[in-house]
Design a binder for this molecule. Structure first.
Ligand SMILES: [Zn+2]
Ligand SMILES: [Zn+2]
Length: 160
């Protein structure tokens, strides 16, 4: 019995299997070139010898997501340092001149969103559907970062 890796969930499978025992996906597929039945993990079609496209490895998404989180954390530390020296940025000009956002609140928010954005990658490491979870995580990460940066720019411009 030969051991192979499921091209969908990356768990170990044997060549005897027709359906992945973990993700339940069919391992017998049709070659897109010669239409003969091949195995989903085949890198080269045994019938027409065409090189088949390798499926996307979700590990790449996890690495990308974690790197983005680290970059994001560094960016936040820079923002916090700027805010620490220029606390007036957090003073949004309202009628009463009240402090809209205190620095500790901002730090708290950063830490909480950081935890939320890293959760999908932790789940992706232990569960199946790695690609779907890490893609969702990546989208959440980008959206959160975008909101944060726009809010910061908005605050910065409102005190100028
Ligand atoms: Zn599988
Ligand atoms: Zn073929």
């Amino acid at each position: 019995m030969n051991e192979k890796q499921c091209p969908y969930c990356y768990n170990k499978i044997t060549t005897e299997e027709n359906i992945c025992p973990t993700c339940k996906k069919k391992l017998n597929i049709q070659c897109p070139y010669c239409k003969q039945m091949i195995k989903a993990y085949d890198e080269v079609c045994p019938h027409c010898t065409t090189k088949l496209k390798k499926s996307f490895n979700p590990k790449f998404l996890i690495i990308l997501g974690v790197s983005l989180s680290i970059i994001w954390l560094i960016l936040q530390f820079t923002i916090i340092t700027v805010l620490n020296y220029n606390p007036q940025i957090l003073l949004e000009k309202n009628k009463h001149g009240e402090l809209l956002f205190a620095l500790p609140d901002y730090v708290n928010l950063v830490m909480q969103t950081m935890l939320i954005s890293i959760i999908p990658y932790i789940i992706a490491l232990v569960k199946k559907y790695k690609t779907r979870i890490s893609t969702t995580g990546l989208i959440i990460n980008i959206v959160i970062s975008f909101c944060f940066i726009s809010y910061f720019i908005y605050l910065y411009q409102s005190v100028k």
